[in-house]
Write a protein that binds this ligand. Structure first.
Ligand code: ADP
Ligand code: MG
Length: 774
């Protein structure tokens, strides 16, 4: 059951008195409104400037006049108690001047059952509900705190077996997930109404004794009796549980300092009371004002202790106790004003739900066990041998290690897959092996080039410098983003490349075939190599080194294989590589770039032409429109009109034709761009491979020429779906890309001039949509 939601419930309880001032206090029949009338003092001269107000009206949730303790509990407190049992924090506060009936309302008479107050009734209700709610288990704890002169006093400390904590050791604390609590305040588990009442009374007794010992009146301290509840579902084995706090607060008398005329100890008490109550009022004002994001809770112990019990996610109820006598008019007014402010506080009660980590682990373990059983059941159904799901033992890990070693050496042909955990362990071992190998390679490189740690670091800028130079070269290609660093977005390039594949074009260049047309003609005659490969083929593709172990006759320019000089930087080695071993690739790259530039320039030229035709169309259309307007109303077109129409028709045809050509060129440019990118990647990865390999393998193995690899691939095998590089600026990208390219060994990456010259461009095209001419 949800208690109040939306606002704090505020009630007024009028203490019965023989001298009830009906003239001053008027309770309306609606049971919610109380009016206070000011009886003007005729002896005092009226201040002419000041308009004296003579009555005030307060509308609250209920006015409790001459009502029994039972009714007070039912109307004020019951729903808060039931809310607490559901997991909502709840607070019932009694506020008012001394003698107005706060303690009577909260605790009532300890002698008379009928006269018992809200606290014993709440205790009773809680345990009755605990009995009723059999689907939940409840834990109930009690605490009883007194705040006297800004000192925290544990009214149940006498029940603690351990040494009593000194009042100083108690402190108001806050913790995430736990909210506000009093560190050092004793919490007492209670299992029955009786046990709880025993504690209440014990606390009451300590309150009275304390009053005498400290020469204080119980009405001069604030008392907070708290029921701490925790409930867990018996039916659901859920790790969730709910907690709540039910604070029953008997505040100190609210009478003003001036009125008491107190001195000494009394004066000090009154000071503290005034201070804490005025801060309580401030906190309430701040809570009621939605524009304020700071509420001064920490100003006093009372407001700090009640921080999460006044508004927020808490069900809060205030009972404003008033003394219905004429002499108490001022205090009554002050109490009612406080009550109406309290009414403005908005609340948003919420269940305090928690997760029990221990229960959660238990539940998860149970789930895992069940899933294992499900799996083994599934394995049995499909006749699969039983799979171990437990973590691998040391012996199993050692066996996997040995398998990986033998596999890498070649003595073990294959490793049988048994379980996911075994596959994971295998991967981990392979990773270790690769990392070990990498370290060895690095050490070897450093040794070969006499590189210290510093030289090694200097390696990166050298590559960068070279990359930058690469991009400067590319800038020559006009606005086309062909540099490593400004590669076109893969998806857009892919789309364009695909488009170019879909729309074969005629070669627009006299006496020279475009790489595109060559690719097209070849792809028509040869089967696609990017389709599913046979296992043998896959293996072959993954082991290109085995094939390329044989010494190659053809070296670029008929020169001896080039080996990087150990004194060269990586950038210099790259320059040498481009001139030597990588010269063929480099030449192809340069040629492709040249074609790209040529196509680009042609594209610009055609764009100008198309735009010129378009301007002419617009101009002719405008003239025609003008002509029609001047001859408007004549009903039919004259001769000059027809001439203009013919001219427009011709221009449109020309525009269409030029536009088609332009589109073809665009497709070719995209494809050339694609090839240039691929060539560059290949050049870089070949260089990296060569550069690394040089120091690793005996010289004769270096005979493995990239030319061989290059010769294996041709434009005819070029994969249209192959993506251009996303970013060529990083070395790791090229390495990764290179590995991928190796796997696709037979796919073409670049166009040789021979292939280009032997190509032909023909085929049907679908005409592009001509944009409407305005
Ligand atoms: P407070 O705690 O506000 O100072 P108390 O609760 O101690 O005031 O009340 C003062 C006296 O008035 C007590 O003797 C109490 O029994 C009596 N009293 C207060 N309210 C009522 C009430 N509604 N009916 C009967 N007696 C009351
Ligand atoms: Mg009292």
């Amino acid at each position: 059951m949800k208690a109040h939601s939306g606002e704090v419930g505020v009630f007024v309880r009028i203490r019965p008195t023989a001298n009830f001032s009906q003239d001053i206090i008027e309770c309306l029949p609606d049971g919610q409104t109380v009016n206070i009338h000011h009886k003007k003092d005729t002896r005092k001269p009226l201040c002419p400037r000041k308009i004296q107000r003579s009555s005030w009206s307060f509308r609250l949730e209920g006015v409790l006049q001459d009502v029994s303790q039972e009714e007070v509990y039912t109307r004020v407190c019951r729903r808060v108690v039931l809310g607490a049992l559901d997991g909502y924090n709840g607070t019932v506060l009694c506020f008012g001047q001394t003698g107005a009936g706060k303690t009577y309302t909260m605790t009532g008479s300890t002698e008379s059952y009928k006269q018992r107050g809200v606290i014993p009734r709440a205790i009773q209700e809680v345990f009755q509900e605990v009995q009723k709610r059999t689907e939940h288990t409840f834990s109930v704890y009690l605490s009883y705190l007194e705040i006297y002169n800004e000192t925290l006093v544990d009214l149940l400390a006498s029940l603690q077996s351990s040494a009593l904590p000194s009042p100083r050791s108690m402190v108001v604390s806050e913790e995430p997930g736990r909210g506000v609590f009093i560190r050092g305040l004793s919490l007492h588990p209670v299992h029955s109404e009786e046990e709880a009442l025993n504690l209440l009374f014990e606390g009451e007794m300590n309150r009275v004794i304390g009053s005498h010992a400290l020469n204080r009146n119980s009405s001069r301290s604030h008392c907070i009796f708290t029921l701490h509840l925790e409930s867990r579902s018996r039916t659901l084995s859920d790790a969730k549980y709910v907690t709540s706090k039910l604070n029953l607060v008997d505040l100190a008398g609210s009478e003003r300092l001036g009125k008491t005329g107190s001195e000494g100890q009394m004066f000090k008490e009154a000071m503290y009371i005034n201070k804490s109550l005025s801060f309580l009022e401030q906190a309430i004002l701040a809570l009621a004002d939605r524009r304020r994001d700071h509420v001064p809770f920490r100003q006093t112990k009372l407001t700090h202790a009640l921080k999460d019990s006044l508004g927020g996610n808490c069900n809060t109820v205030l009972v404003a106790n008033i003394y219905g006598e004429a002499s108490q008019k001022e205090e009554t007014l002050s109490t009612l004003r406080f009550a109406s402010r309290m009414k403005c506080i908005r609340t948003n009660p919420a269940v305090n739900e928690h997760m029990d980590p221990a229960a959660q682990i238990k539940k998860l373990k149970k789930d895992v066990q069940m899933l294992k059983e499900e799996l083994s059941f599934g394995n049995t159904l499909v006749n699969r041998p039983s799979v171990p799901y437990d973590p691998l033992s040391q012996a199993q890990l050692a066996e996997i290690d040995s398998q990986v070693q033998r596999y890498l050496e070649g003595s073990l042909k294959e490793i049988s897959i048994i379980s996911v955990s075994q596959v994971r362990a295998l991967f981990a071992k392979f990773k270790l092996a690769v990392q070990g190998q990498e370290k060895k390679v690095n050490a070897r490189l450093r040794q070969t080039y006499n590189l210290g740690e510093e030289d090694q670091r200097a390696d990166t800028p050298a590559v960068k410098e070279w990359d930058t130079r690469g991009s400067t070269e590319e800038d020559e290609a006009g606005s086309f983003e062909v540099s490593h660093k400004n590669t076109q977005h893969p998806s857009s390039t892919r789309a364009k490349t695909k488009k170019s594949k879909d729309k074969p074009s005629q070669s627009k260049r006299q006496g020279e075939e475009s790489p595109l047309s060559k690719k097209r003609s070849d792809s028509a005659s040869k089967p696609k190599l990017n389709s599913v490969q046979s296992p043998e083929r896959e293996q072959e593709l993954q082991e290109p080194d085995t094939e390329s172990q044989e010494p190659q006759e053809s070296q670029p320019n008929g020169k001896e294989p080039f080996h990087p000089d150990s004194t060269l930087t990586k950038a210099e080695a790259f320059d040498d590589f481009k001139m030597g071993r990588g010269s063929k690739l480099n030449r192809i790259l340069q040629e492709n770039k040249a074609v790209l530039l040529e196509r680009r320039s042609l594209h610009r030229q055609l764009t100008d032409e198309v735009n010129a035709v378009k301007r002419e169309i617009d101009c002719t259309a405008a003239t025609m429109q003008q002509y029609r307007e001047t001859r408007g109303g004549q009903g039919r077109y004259s001769e000059p009109d027809d001439t203009l129409l013919n001219q427009l028709r011709e221009l449109k045809a020309l525009y269409r034709q030029r536009y088609e050509v332009l589109n073809d060129i665009k497709a070719e440019i995209n494809y050339c761009q694609h090839l240039v990118d691929q060539c560059r990647v290949r050049l870089l990865s070949e260089f990296e491979k060569w550069y690394k390999k040089y120091s690793l393998v005996p010289e004769e193995d270096l005979e493995t020429s990239m030319d061989n690899t290059l010769d294996q691939v041709s434009l005819s095998e070029c994969d249209d779906n192959q993506l251009p590089p996303e970013s060529s600026s990083s070395e790791s990208f090229h390495n990764a890309r290179y590995r991928m390219l190796r796997r696709r060994n037979t796919r073409s990456l670049c166009v040789t001039p021979e292939q280009r010259s032997s190509s032909s461009g023909s085929g049907q095209r679908t005409l592009p949509q001509i944009p409407p001419v305005s």
